[in-house]
Ligand binder design. Structure first.
Ligand code: ATP
Ligand code: MG
Length: 336
């Protein structure tokens, strides 16, 4: 039997090149070898978008289009809509007894996201649901008995917390849940166009697969670079410079990258030329993805069918897991 992967995304916007390097690329590499389950986490998206459920809803098929456009094959991958899997919510409640509030508050992802979302949450207005989202993620992973969880670096503490929950659960109730392993990609945290934060759907610092050629050009030509370099002939800094970080990932002409880096350090190339080369590389990468994505624009029925089929399969796996958990906690007396 194939080992199983569980991963997913929140439908809070369209997917971007950060998702590609942080997580989609691993999924593409694994989809033949592993039983790959991909969860569109629309319940979890509500933790910080509870005031805008229409936005979350409208992004479900956008994310699915992105998946198929980058090359996830619906014949190999099971796409699951989280809100249909009520078993995840049952497990979240059961696991919540095993996690202290202080442990949740110490979770590095929760801590940094509370700071990042300061327009949504002040220190005293963080909701129970948001604070508890690591427990919800533990439920996602364990509901589907995942062996491997490929995520970006920002999500590593979530998988660590899941392992803790599983160990505690199995220690009390017996060996029911599977201990998942994390898989972190080569580029776990792609910096955004602002050069400051992680590229994130909610931070307006992304290059999306759906962006037109003009939008991409505009975003790249105005993106952050070395702030200390004022004139074209000032020596520039390559390390940590997002323009060069992107070049190293997306420019397939490695000797051109080396040459641009050397000239940039010496101050013999302008930002405009470096950015133009970068634009060409990113456009070449995104072009086929954008084309496939466009061909899916009016295929709502086809997309919904894929999601429905995947969700049905997910539901079966989830209900088997929940039955085992209920059995272990004496919660199934009426079923006997
Ligand atoms: P939001 O701003 O709504 O949280 P997001 O852009 O952070 O959106 P998520 O849906 O939260 O995207 O994350 C989906 C997956 O992509 C996770 O595994 C996450 O670690 C990974 N990921 C997100 N952003 C990046 C990034 N900039 N670099 C690498 N991986 C990333
Ligand atoms: Mg995120």
């Amino acid at each position: 039997m194939k080992k199983r992967i569980l991963t997913g995304d929140r439908p809070t916007g369209q997917l971007h090149i950060g998702h590609y390097v942080g997580s989609l690329k691993s999924r593409l590499e694994f989809q033949n070898e592993f039983d790959t389950l991909v969860l569109i986490a629309n319940i979890q998206a509500l933790t910080d978008n509870f005031d805008d459920p229409a936005k979350v809803n409208s992004n479900i098929l956008e994310v699915l289009k992105d998946y198929i456009a980058v090359g996830l094959d619906p014949n190999l991958v099971t796409f699951i809509l989280q809100s249909e899997i009520s078993e995840i919510s049952d497990l979240t409640v059961i696991y919540s007894n095993l996690v202290s509030i202080s442990r949740l508050m110490r979770n590095p992802t929760v801590k940094s996201e509370i700071i990042q979302k300061k327009n949504k949450f002040s220190k005293d207005s963080v909701t129970f649901g948001f604070l508890g989202y690591p427990i919800n993620q533990a439920a996602d992973i364990t509901t589907f008995m995942a062996d491997l969880v490929p995520v970006g670096g920002d999500q590593a503490p979530m998988v660590e917390q899941t392992v803790e929950i599983v160990k505690k659960f199995n220690g009390i109730y017996g060996d029911v849940l599977k201990i998942p392993q994390i898989y972190i990609s080569e580029y776990p945290r792609l910096v955004g166009l602002d050069g400051k934060s992680k590229m994130s759907k909610s931070l307006n610092n992304t290059i999306n697969f759906s962006d037109s050629t003009e939008i991409i050009k505009n975003k790249i030509m105005t993106m952050y670079t070395d702030p200390n370099r004022i004139h074209k002939n000032d020596p520039g800094r390559v390390e940590g410079n997002p323009v060069f970080i992107y070049h190293n990932i997306f420019n397939t002409n490695k000797s051109e990258v080396k040459e641009l880096e050397a000239r940039y350090r010496k101050g013999t190339v302008g930002d405009v030329e470096v950015k133009e080369r970068l634009f060409e590389s990113i456009e070449a990468f995104i072009y086929p993805i954008r084309e496939t994505r466009l061909s899916l624009e009016n295929k709502e029925e086809y997309l919904l069918e894929i999601l429905d089929q995947g969700t049905k399969r997910g539901k079966k796996i989830a209900s088997e897991t929940l039955n085992k958990v209920k059995e272990a906690l004496y919660l199934n007396i009426l079923k006997k």
